[in-house]
Design a protein around this ligand. Structure first.
Ligand SMILES: [Zn+2]
Length: 473
Protein backbone atom coordinates (compact mmCIF):
# COMPACT_ATOMS: atom_id res chain seq x y z
CA UNK A 1 0.00 0.00 0.00
CA UNK A 2 1.44 3.39 -0.90
CA UNK A 3 1.49 5.72 2.05
CA UNK A 4 0.12 9.27 2.11
CA UNK A 5 3.69 10.49 2.20
CA UNK A 6 4.32 8.52 -0.97
CA UNK A 7 1.47 10.29 -2.77
CA UNK A 8 2.61 13.68 -1.53
CA UNK A 9 6.09 12.82 -2.74
CA UNK A 10 4.75 11.82 -6.14
CA UNK A 11 2.70 15.01 -6.45
CA UNK A 12 5.72 17.09 -5.47
CA UNK A 13 7.85 15.28 -8.03
CA UNK A 14 5.26 15.92 -10.75
CA UNK A 15 5.09 19.60 -9.78
CA UNK A 16 8.88 19.84 -9.92
CA UNK A 17 8.76 18.22 -13.35
CA UNK A 18 6.38 20.98 -14.42
CA UNK A 19 3.41 18.62 -14.70
CA UNK A 20 0.52 20.43 -13.09
CA UNK A 21 -1.96 18.46 -11.02
CA UNK A 22 -5.48 19.04 -12.17
CA UNK A 23 -8.65 17.05 -12.72
CA UNK A 24 -9.02 15.66 -16.23
CA UNK A 25 -12.29 17.52 -16.81
CA UNK A 26 -10.84 20.96 -15.93
CA UNK A 27 -11.32 23.24 -18.95
CA UNK A 28 -8.07 24.66 -20.28
CA UNK A 29 -7.60 27.85 -22.28
CA UNK A 30 -4.24 28.64 -23.92
CA UNK A 31 -3.46 32.14 -25.22
CA UNK A 32 -0.47 31.50 -27.44
CA UNK A 33 2.19 33.99 -28.52
CA UNK A 34 0.71 37.22 -27.10
CA UNK A 35 2.44 40.25 -25.58
CA UNK A 36 1.62 40.04 -21.88
CA UNK A 37 1.56 43.31 -19.93
CA UNK A 38 2.38 43.22 -16.20
CA UNK A 39 1.12 46.60 -14.96
CA UNK A 40 2.49 46.00 -11.47
CA UNK A 41 6.04 46.08 -12.88
CA UNK A 42 8.05 48.94 -14.36
CA UNK A 43 9.38 49.02 -17.91
CA UNK A 44 10.97 47.12 -19.50
CA UNK A 45 9.96 44.06 -17.42
CA UNK A 46 6.29 45.11 -17.61
CA UNK A 47 6.22 43.86 -21.19
CA UNK A 48 6.66 40.16 -22.02
CA UNK A 49 6.41 39.61 -25.79
CA UNK A 50 5.66 36.24 -27.42
CA UNK A 51 4.22 34.70 -24.27
CA UNK A 52 1.77 31.91 -23.65
CA UNK A 53 -0.81 32.00 -20.88
CA UNK A 54 -2.35 28.73 -19.71
CA UNK A 55 -5.63 28.97 -17.80
CA UNK A 56 -6.93 25.88 -15.99
CA UNK A 57 -10.43 26.21 -14.57
CA UNK A 58 -10.74 29.50 -12.74
CA UNK A 59 -7.06 30.24 -12.40
CA UNK A 60 -3.93 31.06 -14.35
CA UNK A 61 -1.77 27.95 -14.34
CA UNK A 62 1.33 29.24 -16.06
CA UNK A 63 2.76 32.10 -18.10
CA UNK A 64 5.98 31.80 -20.04
CA UNK A 65 7.79 32.18 -23.36
CA UNK A 66 5.71 30.69 -26.18
CA UNK A 67 8.69 28.57 -27.25
CA UNK A 68 8.97 26.74 -23.94
CA UNK A 69 5.41 26.77 -22.57
CA UNK A 70 3.59 23.62 -23.64
CA UNK A 71 -0.08 23.84 -24.60
CA UNK A 72 -1.92 20.95 -22.93
CA UNK A 73 -3.87 18.57 -25.16
CA UNK A 74 -7.54 19.50 -25.44
CA UNK A 75 -6.96 23.16 -24.58
CA UNK A 76 -9.09 25.85 -26.22
CA UNK A 77 -6.44 27.67 -28.18
CA UNK A 78 -6.50 31.44 -28.77
CA UNK A 79 -3.99 32.82 -31.23
CA UNK A 80 -2.26 35.65 -29.40
CA UNK A 81 -0.04 36.81 -32.25
CA UNK A 82 -0.40 40.56 -32.66
CA UNK A 83 -2.48 40.73 -29.46
CA UNK A 84 -1.85 42.13 -25.99
CA UNK A 85 -3.01 40.61 -22.70
CA UNK A 86 -3.72 42.73 -19.62
CA UNK A 87 -5.38 41.91 -16.27
CA UNK A 88 -9.14 42.52 -16.19
CA UNK A 89 -9.82 46.19 -15.44
CA UNK A 90 -11.16 47.30 -12.06
CA UNK A 91 -13.41 50.34 -11.64
CA UNK A 92 -13.12 51.28 -7.98
CA UNK A 93 -16.05 53.71 -7.93
CA UNK A 94 -19.47 52.92 -9.45
CA UNK A 95 -23.14 53.01 -8.41
CA UNK A 96 -25.62 50.44 -9.72
CA UNK A 97 -28.63 52.34 -8.34
CA UNK A 98 -27.93 54.99 -10.96
CA UNK A 99 -28.06 54.47 -14.73
CA UNK A 100 -26.07 57.41 -16.13
CA UNK A 101 -29.15 58.85 -17.85
CA UNK A 102 -30.85 62.21 -17.15
CA UNK A 103 -33.42 60.82 -14.69
CA UNK A 104 -31.12 59.14 -12.24
CA UNK A 105 -30.43 62.02 -9.80
CA UNK A 106 -33.60 64.04 -9.22
CA UNK A 107 -31.86 65.76 -6.29
CA UNK A 108 -29.52 67.37 -8.85
CA UNK A 109 -31.84 67.74 -11.85
CA UNK A 110 -35.50 67.00 -11.25
CA UNK A 111 -37.18 65.49 -14.31
CA UNK A 112 -40.06 63.93 -12.34
CA UNK A 113 -42.59 65.90 -14.41
CA UNK A 114 -41.43 64.00 -17.49
CA UNK A 115 -40.06 60.75 -16.01
CA UNK A 116 -41.02 59.76 -12.47
CA UNK A 117 -37.96 58.78 -10.46
CA UNK A 118 -39.77 55.62 -9.29
CA UNK A 119 -39.81 54.41 -12.89
CA UNK A 120 -36.08 55.09 -13.21
CA UNK A 121 -35.33 53.10 -10.03
CA UNK A 122 -37.51 50.25 -11.24
CA UNK A 123 -35.75 50.32 -14.62
CA UNK A 124 -32.33 50.12 -13.01
CA UNK A 125 -33.31 47.04 -11.01
CA UNK A 126 -34.90 45.32 -14.01
CA UNK A 127 -31.90 46.16 -16.17
CA UNK A 128 -29.26 44.94 -13.75
CA UNK A 129 -28.23 41.84 -15.74
CA UNK A 130 -27.69 43.98 -18.84
CA UNK A 131 -25.67 46.52 -16.85
CA UNK A 132 -23.44 43.72 -15.57
CA UNK A 133 -22.80 42.62 -19.17
CA UNK A 134 -21.86 46.13 -20.26
CA UNK A 135 -19.06 46.13 -17.70
CA UNK A 136 -17.65 42.81 -18.84
CA UNK A 137 -17.91 43.80 -22.51
CA UNK A 138 -15.80 46.86 -21.61
CA UNK A 139 -13.07 44.63 -20.16
CA UNK A 140 -13.98 45.54 -16.58
CA UNK A 141 -14.07 42.35 -14.54
CA UNK A 142 -14.39 43.92 -11.06
CA UNK A 143 -16.19 46.99 -9.72
CA UNK A 144 -16.60 48.63 -6.33
CA UNK A 145 -20.14 49.93 -5.80
CA UNK A 146 -19.25 52.55 -3.26
CA UNK A 147 -22.70 53.31 -1.93
CA UNK A 148 -26.38 52.84 -2.62
CA UNK A 149 -29.61 51.59 -1.09
CA UNK A 150 -29.84 48.39 0.95
CA UNK A 151 -30.82 46.85 -2.41
CA UNK A 152 -27.09 47.02 -3.17
CA UNK A 153 -26.59 43.85 -1.15
CA UNK A 154 -29.09 42.01 -3.36
CA UNK A 155 -27.22 43.40 -6.36
CA UNK A 156 -23.99 41.87 -4.99
CA UNK A 157 -25.74 38.51 -4.52
CA UNK A 158 -27.01 38.66 -8.11
CA UNK A 159 -23.49 39.40 -9.39
CA UNK A 160 -22.07 36.49 -7.39
CA UNK A 161 -24.60 34.09 -8.90
CA UNK A 162 -24.12 35.21 -12.51
CA UNK A 163 -21.21 34.16 -14.73
CA UNK A 164 -22.03 37.22 -16.88
CA UNK A 165 -21.28 39.77 -14.17
CA UNK A 166 -18.17 41.46 -12.83
CA UNK A 167 -16.92 40.77 -9.33
CA UNK A 168 -18.56 43.29 -7.02
CA UNK A 169 -17.51 44.84 -3.72
CA UNK A 170 -20.18 46.94 -2.09
CA UNK A 171 -21.14 49.65 0.38
CA UNK A 172 -24.68 50.20 1.61
CA UNK A 173 -26.45 53.54 2.17
CA UNK A 174 -24.20 56.56 2.51
CA UNK A 175 -23.96 58.10 5.96
CA UNK A 176 -24.52 61.69 4.96
CA UNK A 177 -24.24 65.15 6.49
CA UNK A 178 -27.18 66.30 4.35
CA UNK A 179 -30.65 65.09 3.38
CA UNK A 180 -31.58 63.94 -0.11
CA UNK A 181 -35.35 63.52 0.20
CA UNK A 182 -35.96 63.23 -3.55
CA UNK A 183 -33.97 59.98 -3.61
CA UNK A 184 -36.00 58.42 -0.79
CA UNK A 185 -38.61 56.00 -2.13
CA UNK A 186 -38.42 53.72 0.91
CA UNK A 187 -34.87 52.39 0.53
CA UNK A 188 -32.80 55.57 0.27
CA UNK A 189 -29.20 55.49 -1.01
CA UNK A 190 -28.27 58.46 1.19
CA UNK A 191 -29.25 58.77 4.87
CA UNK A 192 -28.73 61.88 6.96
CA UNK A 193 -26.83 61.33 10.18
CA UNK A 194 -26.87 64.03 12.87
CA UNK A 195 -24.82 62.48 15.68
CA UNK A 196 -22.18 59.88 16.50
CA UNK A 197 -24.90 57.65 18.00
CA UNK A 198 -26.92 57.80 14.79
CA UNK A 199 -23.78 56.95 12.83
CA UNK A 200 -23.06 53.91 14.99
CA UNK A 201 -26.67 52.75 14.70
CA UNK A 202 -26.68 52.89 10.89
CA UNK A 203 -23.27 51.23 10.68
CA UNK A 204 -24.62 48.43 12.87
CA UNK A 205 -27.58 47.92 10.49
CA UNK A 206 -25.27 47.83 7.49
CA UNK A 207 -22.78 45.47 9.13
CA UNK A 208 -25.54 42.85 9.34
CA UNK A 209 -25.33 42.68 5.54
CA UNK A 210 -21.55 42.22 5.53
CA UNK A 211 -20.58 45.30 3.49
CA UNK A 212 -17.11 45.66 1.98
CA UNK A 213 -17.11 49.33 2.98
CA UNK A 214 -18.92 51.80 5.16
CA UNK A 215 -19.28 54.99 3.12
CA UNK A 216 -19.61 58.53 4.41
CA UNK A 217 -20.79 61.44 2.29
CA UNK A 218 -18.83 64.18 4.04
CA UNK A 219 -20.46 67.38 2.82
CA UNK A 220 -19.07 70.40 4.61
CA UNK A 221 -20.82 73.69 3.98
CA UNK A 222 -19.96 77.13 5.18
CA UNK A 223 -20.95 77.46 8.82
CA UNK A 224 -20.84 73.70 9.52
CA UNK A 225 -18.78 72.68 12.56
CA UNK A 226 -15.94 70.67 11.01
CA UNK A 227 -14.77 69.18 14.33
CA UNK A 228 -18.28 67.98 15.17
CA UNK A 229 -18.60 66.46 11.68
CA UNK A 230 -15.21 64.78 12.04
CA UNK A 231 -16.38 63.20 15.31
CA UNK A 232 -19.37 61.68 13.49
CA UNK A 233 -17.14 60.30 10.74
CA UNK A 234 -14.77 58.89 13.36
CA UNK A 235 -17.65 57.17 15.16
CA UNK A 236 -18.64 55.53 11.87
CA UNK A 237 -15.04 54.60 11.10
CA UNK A 238 -14.37 53.15 14.54
CA UNK A 239 -17.52 51.02 14.33
CA UNK A 240 -16.59 49.83 10.85
CA UNK A 241 -13.00 49.06 11.80
CA UNK A 242 -14.08 47.15 14.90
CA UNK A 243 -15.87 44.79 12.49
CA UNK A 244 -12.92 44.64 10.08
CA UNK A 245 -14.67 46.78 7.45
CA UNK A 246 -12.97 49.69 5.71
CA UNK A 247 -14.14 53.31 5.74
CA UNK A 248 -14.65 55.11 2.42
CA UNK A 249 -15.25 58.85 2.42
CA UNK A 250 -16.44 61.37 -0.15
CA UNK A 251 -14.39 64.48 0.71
CA UNK A 252 -13.52 66.89 -2.08
CA UNK A 253 -12.01 69.81 -0.16
CA UNK A 254 -8.55 69.66 1.38
CA UNK A 255 -9.64 70.43 4.96
CA UNK A 256 -12.47 67.89 4.70
CA UNK A 257 -10.20 65.22 3.21
CA UNK A 258 -7.71 65.75 6.06
CA UNK A 259 -10.52 65.52 8.62
CA UNK A 260 -11.64 62.28 6.94
CA UNK A 261 -8.15 60.80 7.17
CA UNK A 262 -7.85 61.81 10.82
CA UNK A 263 -11.20 60.08 11.35
CA UNK A 264 -9.76 56.88 9.87
CA UNK A 265 -10.62 56.96 6.15
CA UNK A 266 -9.11 54.05 4.22
CA UNK A 267 -10.39 55.18 0.85
CA UNK A 268 -10.87 58.71 -0.50
CA UNK A 269 -13.34 58.15 -3.31
CA UNK A 270 -12.79 61.47 -5.14
CA UNK A 271 -10.07 64.00 -5.88
CA UNK A 272 -9.28 66.89 -3.62
CA UNK A 273 -10.19 69.66 -6.06
CA UNK A 274 -10.30 72.95 -4.16
CA UNK A 275 -6.61 73.31 -3.21
CA UNK A 276 -3.25 71.69 -3.76
CA UNK A 277 -2.67 68.72 -1.47
CA UNK A 278 0.11 69.42 1.04
CA UNK A 279 2.61 67.44 3.09
CA UNK A 280 0.15 67.06 5.95
CA UNK A 281 -2.43 65.50 3.63
CA UNK A 282 0.10 63.15 2.07
CA UNK A 283 1.43 62.10 5.50
CA UNK A 284 -2.10 61.39 6.78
CA UNK A 285 -2.94 59.39 3.66
CA UNK A 286 0.26 57.38 3.99
CA UNK A 287 -0.32 56.69 7.67
CA UNK A 288 -3.76 55.24 6.83
CA UNK A 289 -2.43 53.52 3.69
CA UNK A 290 -5.43 55.19 2.10
CA UNK A 291 -6.45 54.65 -1.51
CA UNK A 292 -7.09 57.74 -3.66
CA UNK A 293 -9.62 57.64 -6.50
CA UNK A 294 -9.56 60.75 -8.73
CA UNK A 295 -12.95 60.46 -10.58
CA UNK A 296 -11.98 63.18 -13.05
CA UNK A 297 -14.74 62.81 -15.65
CA UNK A 298 -17.90 62.62 -13.54
CA UNK A 299 -18.47 66.37 -13.08
CA UNK A 300 -17.84 66.86 -16.79
CA UNK A 301 -20.42 64.18 -17.53
CA UNK A 302 -23.08 66.13 -15.64
CA UNK A 303 -22.19 69.34 -17.48
CA UNK A 304 -22.26 67.75 -20.93
CA UNK A 305 -25.51 65.89 -20.30
CA UNK A 306 -27.43 68.73 -18.64
CA UNK A 307 -26.48 71.23 -21.36
CA UNK A 308 -27.47 68.79 -24.12
CA UNK A 309 -23.90 68.62 -25.44
CA UNK A 310 -23.15 65.05 -24.34
CA UNK A 311 -21.79 62.98 -27.24
CA UNK A 312 -20.87 59.32 -27.07
CA UNK A 313 -17.26 58.35 -27.58
CA UNK A 314 -16.44 55.73 -30.18
CA UNK A 315 -16.09 53.17 -27.36
CA UNK A 316 -19.45 54.17 -25.88
CA UNK A 317 -21.14 53.73 -29.25
CA UNK A 318 -19.83 50.18 -29.39
CA UNK A 319 -20.02 49.12 -25.77
CA UNK A 320 -22.55 51.14 -23.73
CA UNK A 321 -26.08 49.98 -22.99
CA UNK A 322 -28.04 50.97 -26.14
CA UNK A 323 -31.05 51.93 -23.98
CA UNK A 324 -29.00 54.48 -22.05
CA UNK A 325 -27.27 55.75 -25.19
CA UNK A 326 -30.66 56.43 -26.76
CA UNK A 327 -31.87 58.27 -23.64
CA UNK A 328 -28.86 60.60 -23.63
CA UNK A 329 -30.47 62.76 -26.33
CA UNK A 330 -33.84 63.01 -24.57
CA UNK A 331 -33.42 66.73 -23.86
CA UNK A 332 -34.33 67.31 -27.51
CA UNK A 333 -37.80 65.86 -27.02
CA UNK A 334 -38.74 66.88 -23.47
CA UNK A 335 -41.18 69.85 -23.56
CA UNK A 336 -39.41 72.94 -22.32
CA UNK A 337 -41.87 73.54 -19.48
CA UNK A 338 -40.94 70.14 -18.05
CA UNK A 339 -37.22 70.89 -17.93
CA UNK A 340 -35.57 71.76 -14.61
CA UNK A 341 -34.56 75.42 -14.37
CA UNK A 342 -30.83 74.68 -14.24
CA UNK A 343 -31.06 72.63 -17.42
CA UNK A 344 -32.80 75.44 -19.32
CA UNK A 345 -30.00 77.73 -18.18
CA UNK A 346 -27.22 75.28 -19.06
CA UNK A 347 -28.74 74.66 -22.50
CA UNK A 348 -28.89 78.37 -23.28
CA UNK A 349 -25.16 78.90 -22.64
CA UNK A 350 -23.34 75.59 -22.87
CA UNK A 351 -19.67 75.87 -21.94
CA UNK A 352 -17.48 72.89 -22.77
CA UNK A 353 -16.33 71.40 -19.46
CA UNK A 354 -12.68 70.76 -18.71
CA UNK A 355 -11.06 68.49 -16.14
CA UNK A 356 -10.20 70.30 -12.90
CA UNK A 357 -6.61 71.56 -13.13
CA UNK A 358 -6.20 71.24 -9.35
CA UNK A 359 -7.50 67.68 -9.41
CA UNK A 360 -5.00 66.79 -12.15
CA UNK A 361 -2.12 68.31 -10.16
CA UNK A 362 -3.23 66.53 -7.01
CA UNK A 363 -3.41 63.22 -8.82
CA UNK A 364 0.19 63.65 -9.90
CA UNK A 365 1.27 64.66 -6.39
CA UNK A 366 -0.50 61.71 -4.81
CA UNK A 367 1.02 59.34 -7.36
CA UNK A 368 4.54 60.73 -6.88
CA UNK A 369 4.18 60.47 -3.10
CA UNK A 370 3.41 56.76 -3.42
CA UNK A 371 -0.27 56.98 -2.45
CA UNK A 372 -2.03 54.05 -4.17
CA UNK A 373 -4.17 55.69 -6.86
CA UNK A 374 -7.14 53.64 -8.06
CA UNK A 375 -9.05 54.30 -11.26
CA UNK A 376 -12.75 54.99 -10.75
CA UNK A 377 -15.44 56.64 -12.83
CA UNK A 378 -18.37 57.23 -10.43
CA UNK A 379 -20.39 55.54 -13.19
CA UNK A 380 -24.13 55.80 -12.93
CA UNK A 381 -24.05 59.54 -12.36
CA UNK A 382 -25.66 61.64 -15.09
CA UNK A 383 -23.45 61.47 -18.20
CA UNK A 384 -21.05 58.82 -16.81
CA UNK A 385 -22.16 55.54 -18.35
CA UNK A 386 -21.59 52.13 -16.87
CA UNK A 387 -18.77 50.34 -18.70
CA UNK A 388 -17.03 52.37 -21.40
CA UNK A 389 -16.74 55.55 -19.30
CA UNK A 390 -13.56 53.91 -17.95
CA UNK A 391 -11.86 54.85 -21.23
CA UNK A 392 -12.79 58.53 -20.77
CA UNK A 393 -11.50 58.45 -17.20
CA UNK A 394 -8.20 56.79 -18.08
CA UNK A 395 -7.56 59.22 -20.94
CA UNK A 396 -8.02 62.16 -18.57
CA UNK A 397 -5.67 60.55 -16.04
CA UNK A 398 -2.90 60.70 -18.66
CA UNK A 399 -3.47 64.48 -18.77
CA UNK A 400 -2.09 64.53 -15.21
CA UNK A 401 1.18 63.21 -16.62
CA UNK A 402 0.63 59.58 -15.75
CA UNK A 403 1.94 57.13 -18.35
CA UNK A 404 -0.41 54.56 -19.88
CA UNK A 405 1.38 51.93 -17.78
CA UNK A 406 0.73 53.91 -14.59
CA UNK A 407 -2.91 54.42 -15.51
CA UNK A 408 -3.24 50.70 -16.22
CA UNK A 409 -1.67 49.96 -12.83
CA UNK A 410 -4.27 52.16 -11.14
CA UNK A 411 -6.98 50.19 -12.97
CA UNK A 412 -5.60 46.72 -12.16
CA UNK A 413 -3.07 45.93 -9.43
CA UNK A 414 -3.96 49.05 -7.43
CA UNK A 415 -7.67 48.49 -8.02
CA UNK A 416 -7.37 44.99 -6.53
CA UNK A 417 -6.65 46.72 -3.20
CA UNK A 418 -9.96 48.58 -3.45
CA UNK A 419 -11.65 45.22 -4.07
CA UNK A 420 -9.80 43.73 -1.08
CA UNK A 421 -8.59 40.99 -3.46
CA UNK A 422 -4.93 41.80 -4.05
CA UNK A 423 -3.95 38.17 -3.56
CA UNK A 424 -6.31 36.94 -6.28
CA UNK A 425 -6.77 39.58 -9.00
CA UNK A 426 -5.11 42.63 -10.58
CA UNK A 427 -1.95 40.92 -11.87
CA UNK A 428 -1.14 38.08 -14.25
CA UNK A 429 0.71 35.26 -12.50
CA UNK A 430 0.31 31.54 -11.84
CA UNK A 431 -2.30 30.95 -9.15
CA UNK A 432 -4.20 34.19 -9.76
CA UNK A 433 -7.86 34.12 -10.76
CA UNK A 434 -8.06 34.25 -14.55
CA UNK A 435 -9.58 37.71 -15.12
CA UNK A 436 -7.97 39.17 -18.22
CA UNK A 437 -8.53 41.07 -21.43
CA UNK A 438 -7.05 40.30 -24.84
CA UNK A 439 -6.55 43.47 -26.91
CA UNK A 440 -6.11 44.15 -30.62
CA UNK A 441 -3.79 47.15 -30.07
CA UNK A 442 -0.99 48.16 -27.71
CA UNK A 443 -2.41 49.73 -24.53
CA UNK A 444 0.97 51.25 -23.64
CA UNK A 445 1.03 53.23 -26.91
CA UNK A 446 -2.29 54.88 -26.03
CA UNK A 447 -4.44 54.16 -23.02
CA UNK A 448 -7.67 54.32 -25.08
CA UNK A 449 -6.41 51.22 -26.91
CA UNK A 450 -7.72 49.40 -23.84
CA UNK A 451 -11.13 49.70 -25.51
CA UNK A 452 -9.98 47.70 -28.56
CA UNK A 453 -11.05 44.43 -27.01
CA UNK A 454 -10.61 41.08 -28.74
CA UNK A 455 -11.79 38.81 -25.91
CA UNK A 456 -12.59 39.05 -22.21
CA UNK A 457 -11.97 36.20 -19.77
CA UNK A 458 -13.49 36.39 -16.31
CA UNK A 459 -13.04 33.69 -13.70
CA UNK A 460 -11.49 31.47 -16.38
CA UNK A 461 -14.54 31.77 -18.63
CA UNK A 462 -14.20 33.08 -22.16
CA UNK A 463 -17.02 35.53 -22.81
CA UNK A 464 -18.72 35.66 -26.16
CA UNK A 465 -17.42 38.72 -28.06
CA UNK A 466 -20.98 39.98 -28.61
CA UNK A 467 -21.89 39.66 -24.94
CA UNK A 468 -23.06 43.24 -24.72
CA UNK A 469 -26.57 44.12 -23.69
CA UNK A 470 -29.39 44.19 -26.20
CA UNK A 471 -31.67 47.18 -26.57
CA UNK A 472 -34.76 45.45 -25.13
CA UNK A 473 -35.66 45.57 -21.47
ZN1 LIG B 1 -19.95 58.13 -6.15
Amino acid sequence: MPTRAHWFGLAAALMLAGVPCRAAETPIIAIVGATVIHPDRDLPSAVAPDSTVIIAGRRIESIGPAGSTAVPAGATRIDGKGKWVVPGLIDSHVHFFQSGNLYTRPDVADFNAWMPYAKEVERNKRRLAATFKVWLASGVTSVVDIGGPFWNFEMRDAALKSPAAPRVAVAGPLLSMVDRVKLDLGDPPIIKIASADEARALVRRELERRPDYIKVWFIHRQGDDLAAQEAIVKAAGDAAHAAGVRLAVHATELVVAKASLRAGADFLVHSVDDAAVDEEFLALAKKNRALYCPTLFVTMGYRYALSNTWQPTEAERRLADPQILAAMSDLQRIPREMLPERVVKAMSQPTPPKPSAIALQNLRKAWDAGIPVVMGTDAGNIGTLHGPSVFREMEIMTQAGLSPLQVLRSATSNGSKAMGMERDIGTLAPGKLADLVILDTDPLADVTNLSKIHRVIKDGKLLAPAARASAGN
